[in-house]
Design a protein around this ligand. Sequence first.
Ligand code: NAD
Length: 472
Amino acid sequence: MSVDAKDPLREEPAPARRGARFPVVDPATGETFGEAPDLGPDELDAVVERARRAWPGWRADPAARSRALLDAAGAVEAAAGDLARLLTREQGKPLAESYAETARTAARLRYFAGLAPRTRRLDDGRPVRSEVRWRSLGPVAAIVPWNFPLQLAAAKFAPALAAGNTMVLKPSPYTPLATRLLGSVLAGVLPEGVLTVVTGREPLGARLAAHPGIRHVTFTGSVATGRAVAAQAAASLARVTLELGGNDAAVLLDDVDVEGVADRLFWAAFRNCGQVCMAVKRVYVPARLHTEVVEALAARAKAVPVGSGLDPDTRLGPVSNAAQLDRVADVTARALADGARAAAGGHRLDGPGYFFAPTVLTDVPPGSAVVTGEQFGPVLPVLPYGHLDEAIAAANGTGFGLGGSVWGTDPDRAEEVAGRLECGTAWINHHAELSLAQPFAGIKDSGVGVAGGPWGLYGNLRPFVVHRPEDA
Ligand code: NAD
């Protein structure tokens, strides 16, 4: 078992020096298989300066930008095989999911290539011609996590570049390689300095967020780091957009068809090994259906093929890194110590790599950390409820507010119940499906600002108003 192996990213980072590198580990084996540059402050300054110099040219011509972003989408598609394999090696997800992530990366570029802000004339009844135009912000920064390195990066750079900004993009040090490859693929079609990928261990992210040359910090990651990023960006009063953690509840109604929804519900919780911000992280079930739901989910957890993402039979890969495996194991052990029972899994898997058995927990005390916090792994608590009001109160009863879902055979009733969820997105009879055109915004600790769709584009722009009296 290699879980106790030293995690190089949790060791003290080496003092920044030119040419420094850090190791990248394959979570399916626990072995180092690559390395990436560990950027120091001078190198970061140079990158931000290049982004500043590239901005005037990039913002000047919206039509050329749109063409370049379409070319970028094509370049990503052409490199899909190499990107997907590297993503699976460093992140662990099954290869088919890496291909899907690459396709979603290209789709985001295409979508935002076709969006432009609208100039608006305002009329408040006075003899004034007021016009609202939209301007880019300047060089901006994106900091992203390791669960969907490519598509989360694209969710940031596609709207930012479409808006006319230039960007410095920092992936997680657990998953720097596919993003570096993406950066070099895009460098073939974008002007120099428009998008630069920087890699390194902390404090690189902190330096980037605090950099005086950066006008917007768009961050996806945990709540704790999001708070730190907001504080760092306050130094230069850069705008911040924070897409943070979630603890989404799925509420099953008493008319739910358990076998009919079990597959969808299972994958809504376990896809990408549960490492999805808007995965189902808690299931609330009417007490009389509790055993049936636990058995349906546990049967699937026991049957799902777990293994290396490169094996075509694998449906669930390893947990992405040793630190996350430790967190998942710890939160599960605490639930079991609190009196929970594992209807499936509940333990690490023997052998090399960071594997955890897909786990369904029952008899979990509602105050247990696996219910109140974000497990971010292949572990799902199933909780019985008496009255629907109790389930809604529990679903809304954490500090998170990313998403939620309601499941039943009467979709109108389910939708009515979903309207009571306090979160950014509520789904009926499914979970975590997103359209490129919709706004994505968590509430409470789950986020600040809006991404996605035209809202995501405007989030990367500032209004510029020309106010002209008619008699001027
Ligand atoms: P994390 O917060 O540890 O790291 C996110 C990024 O921030 C990484 O690039 C990391 O290197 C960087 N970072 C770390 N410390 C920093 C600091 N002090 N200053 C600036 N940057 C710093 O998150 P993670 O473990 O990589 O990702 C998992 C979390 O991301 C989960 O909480 C998950 O819910 C969340 N997430 C949210 C969304 C969303 O859209 N809401 C999407 C995916 C993941």
